[in-house]
Structure formats: C-alpha cells, structure tokens
Write a protein that binds this ligand. Structure first.
Ligand code: FAD
Ligand code: SF4
Length: 493
C-alpha cells in the first residue's frame, strides 16, 4: 500500500468530461486524463484491503462483483502511487489483454466493490488502469512482441470481437498460427461497430489490432463463415476452431404496425453511424438520418443510452427513451448492500446530454409500446404507449408487469430504435457447425469451452449470452488456455 492515509488525505477526482453542450458537436471521446501528479493521489486512495473485493470477480447476491479478470488492482495502484508506471504495466498485462478497451468502456465492477464505498467514494480504478496502458503506449512499452518459436499448430477463430481478439492474442503469443475470420469490413466486433466512437474511438481498436497483426495474427475480413466458407472447410484446414460470433440476434417488438417504415434495431443504427463516420466523415450519407426527427428509443439500458447520445449528435429534434422497469432508487437499498453490484439509478452520458439539450431526462419508466401508427404511405408517425404497474401474482408468487387500463397515450415518432436486448447466437452459424445451444440460443460447452463437436470451441457472448467487454476478454483468455491444453497436452498460458 502506497500511502497509509491516502483515503483520508485525498478525495476522488474523476477524469474531466467535456460539457454535454460541447461534446455533442462531434463523435470524439470526451474525457481528459488527469496529470500524473493527480493520478498518483488517486492511486494513493487504494488501501490494499485485507479482503480486496475489487479484484474478486465473484457472484455475490446473484450478481457479479469485482473485476472478472482478477486484475491485481491494489498492486498496480501502489505502483502508480510510487510513480513506477512501467512495472504497473507489466503487472496489469499479467491478467488483462486489452486495458485500453476496459479502461474506457468497462462499467468498473471493481469500483462498485471497492471498500472506500463504505463511507466515501471508490478509488478511480478504471481511470488508473487507463493511465497505465496509455503510459505504456506513449513510452514504447506496448509495442509488438512476436513469439520467438512457432508450434506449427493452426487455429481458426470466427469473430473478431473482444473474446475472439483475446483468444487470438494469447494463442499467438504461445506460438500457434492464428487466423481470425470476420464478416464485417473492419475487425473489433462490437468494439468497432456497436460501442459508439465517443465512448471508444476506433483508432484505439485499430492501434491494438495492428500490433496483433505485426505479431503474426492473420485477420481475414469480409468473410462470413457459414455462408462464404463452410464449417467443413474450416475444420479440415485448422487443428482447432473457436466460435466467438457474439449474441447479435436482437429481441424484436411484436406489436401492431411493426412493419412501419422508420423502425430499426439499435445495433444497425449504431453500426451504420460508425461506418459512415469512419468511411467518409458522414459524407456518403449512408447512415440512418435522424436530423430534425422525433426519435423513440425502446429500452432503457446501455445500448439505449448509446442510441440517445448518437441521435443527439446526429441532430434529432426530440428523443424519448422507454423503460419497462420502475425507476431504480438513487441510493442502495438495505437489501442490496456493498459489495454487491449496486442496483441504483445511473444517468449515463447520453441521458446527461438529453437533459442539457431538451431540458429533461429522456427516460420514461414503467412504459411500453402498444402500437406503431403509420401514415398512408406506411411511414411511422406516432407510437401508442401504455403505462405499466408491478403486480403480485398469487398463483405464480411472483411480481409481473401489467398494463394499466386506460393509460394509453400517443407520442409523435418518425424513427424508432429498438434496444430491447439480444436473444443469443445466430442460427445459421450454430446450424452450420452443428453445435448444441441452450434455451436462450447460447452455445453450450463443457467447462473447458469445448462444444459437442470435437475440436470446436466457443467463447464470449455467443456462449455466455449478451454481456460485457470484460467478460468477453475473460472468456477469450480462458478458451485460449483450453485450446492450448488440448493441442499441447499442457498449457503455460
Ligand atoms: C451498442 C452496444 C454497446 C455496448 N457497450 C458496452 C460497454 O460500454 N461496455 C461493455 O463492457 N460492454 C458493452 N457492450 C457489450 C459488449 O460489446 C459485448 O459483450 C462484447 O463485445 C462481446 O464480445 P464478443 O467477442 O463475444 O462478441 P462481439 O463483440 O459481438 O463480436 C462478434 C463478432 O463476430 C462476427 N461474426 C459473427 N458471425 C460471424 C460469421 N459467421 N463469420 C464471420 N464473423 C462473424 C461479428 O461480425 C462480430 O464482429 C455493448 C453492446 C452493445 C450492443
Ligand atoms: S477490467 Fe473493469 S472491473 Fe476490471 S479493473 Fe478494469 S475497470 Fe475494473
């Protein structure tokens, strides 16, 4: 532990954010790093607790708490405090494949479990992590380091999201020949074409994948496995295949008028925006135009928030975000104590921006869509909404959401973005490989990530269901170990 009174001497200080009014003018990242002298103080707040829940990554109260990667948080905080960022980088690299991604987009499960939460603010662990990796890039530590010896084993990875990339990184480092197939024109999965640029600039994704390429990982983009190339071909060509195709099957809203023009899935909207931004700074106009339009986002979660922030940047006239669940409490309830994941109200960047631009929080709780109303050309013009209430069902002994009779009302809507979650893996891939799936369409594997088909493994959202970048990285690292073991009879990964 660096400074024994650090948690008393220093207050938490977050990276400064550009004001909502300014940042909505572009799609750039909007947090400014603290200078090193201030960063050291933030690291000094870490008390190296006897029981460091921050690095536990375990299930408490039914939800995960602490870092899933088991990052050595008190150790790297101590090293930052002492100004030894080089050693901090090597310590971080032991457990984390891509701190440049998690340092930007992780919901920081570590911070929610930090002991300083008990009567103060948690340590800024995510920003500390980011400062380490950016120091490593600036000082030439994070450069390509190709393996000295090759094993001659060939591995195909399908999907270049964080799980596929983490597996590729580990297996390549071990000396195996790794080829990653990606159906999109750019690698990165949802890091590239899901998470908006203002949360994770795409140059950051490319900076890392370029290094991986230099280290020997082969990326083949624009190839859709199961359509352009068969499972049989892949299995014949490679010693092992790892399926990391994500859980990209969106949940739909089946109500009257669903065929109206102007209804899109959130990820299609976000993908088109990022692609147009990267290809031509929007000059090709190949994005879904929301300028001057009334946008309704269905889904109050993080993807919905990304749609709010993106719509505002594209000049929407109004943005309404619907959430079926009740508004969460501002503070933890007694039934949800530390170090459990806090089920509390979070006002994210997009909602902050909506408050600034439109003068109110865009979220409408306990509300859902009853009907999409079209004009005579079939275009969306309104949405009929209905309020919900939570009722206890004596038969099932469970609470359920029920419509309140007579509470219907209509709002103007030109564009609807459906961000209502995901239903698991896509059928054409799982059928092509003949792998078993569970009731949620997630690929079933043994504990060592192997599917029912010999030498075919799976990891990430495709196996786990829609989750987080940090979990995808964890699964990518774990499947790499399992594949290495199956090839070599032991693993040192
Ligand atoms: C809009 C949005 C925002 C998010 N924001 C955050 C966030 O801020 N923080 C966070 O922690 N998590 C966030 N998530 C969740 C996170 O992005 C995912 O959990 C994570 O990316 C899953 O990684 P993955 O590697 O399993 O799959 P993915 O990232 O989905 O990657 C799968 C890849 O496989 C490719 N693929 C699929 N099938 C084939 C095929 N047959 N042939 C070739 N390629 C194929 C796909 O094109 C895709 O590139 C967000 C998710 C969404 C949708
Ligand atoms: S990966 Fe996420 S949970 Fe783990 S230390 Fe970083 S910010 Fe915290």
């Amino acid at each position: 532990m660096g400074k024994s009174t650090g948690f008393l001497d220093y207050e938490r200080e977050d990276n400064k954010a550009v004001s909502p009014k300014e940042r909505i003018k572009n799609f750039n990242e909007f947090h400014e790093a603290l200078p090193l002298i201030e960063r050291k103080k933030q690291a000094a707040r870490c008390m190296n607790c006897g029981v460091s829940f921050c690095q536990s990554g375990m299930k408490i109260g039914g939800m995960f708490s602490g870092c899933p990667l088991n990052n050595l948080i008190p150790e790297f905080n101590d090293l930052i405090y002492r100004g030894n960022l080089e050693e901090a980088y090597y310590r971080l690299k032991k457990t984390s494949s891509f701190p440049e991604f998690t340092g930007r987009v992780c919901p920081a499960l570590c911070e929610k479990a930090c002991t300083c939460n008990l009567d103060s603010e948690p340590v800024t662990t995510r920003a500390n992590e980011l400062s380490i990796i950016e120091y490593a890039y600036e000082n030439g530590l994070a450069k390509a380091n190709p393996p000295k010896v090759r094993t001659g084993k060939n591995i195909a990875i399908v999907g270049s999201g964080p799980s596929g990339l983490a597996a590729a990184d580990m297996l390549n480092r071990r000396g195996h020949n790794v080829t990653v197939y990606e159906r999109n024109d750019r690698v990165g999965g949802l890091l590239m074409y899901g998470i908006p640029n203002m949360k994770l600039e795409k140059s950051i994704v490319k900076r890392k994948t370029d290094i991986m390429e230099e280290e020997g990982v082969r990326f083949i983009t624009g190839v859709n496995v199961g359509r352009d190339i068969t499972a049989k071909e892949l299995k014949e060509k490679y010693d092992r295949v790892i399926l990391c195709c994500g859980a990209s099957n969106p949940r739909d809203i089946s109500v009257k008028g669903r065929d109206a023009l102007g209804i899109y899935f959130a990820v299609d909207f976000l993908r088109a925006t990022t692609k147009s931004l990267l290809d031509s700074s929007f000059e090709d106009e190949k994005y879904i135009p929301v300028k001057g339009k009334n946008v309704v986002v269905i889904g109050g979660g993080d993807t919905g928030n990304d749609c709010v922030g993106t719509s505002i940047r594209l000049g929407a006239k109004s943005v309404l975000q619907l959430e079926m669940m009740p508004k969460p409490p501002e503070k933890r309830l007694e039934s949800n104590p530390w170090p459990e994941w806090p089920k509390v109200l979070k006002t994210d960047y997009g909602q902050e921006e909506a408050i600034e631009v439109f003068g109110k929080d865009p979220r409408e709780y306990l509300t859902t869509v009853k009907e999409f109303i079209k004009d005579d050309k079939g275009s969306l013009k309104k949405v009929k909404l209905v309020k919900l209430e939570s009722k206890f069902n004596e038969e099932t002994k469970r609470f359920s959401l029920e419509e309140i009779e007579g509470s219907e009302y209509e709002v103007k809507a030109d564009i609807v973005l459906i961000a209502a979650g995901f239903l698991g893996s896509e059928e054409y891939v799982t059928k092509e490989f003949n792998v078993d799936i569970d009731g949620r369409s997630n690929v079933m594997t043994s504990d060592n990530y192997e599917t029912n088909i010999k030498d075919v493994f799976s990891a990430g959202d495709m196996r786990r269901g829609q989750s987080l970048v940090v979990w995808a990285i964890k699964e990518g690292r774990e499947v790499a170990k399992a594949v290495d073991y199956s090839l070599m009879g032991y693993t040192n990964l």
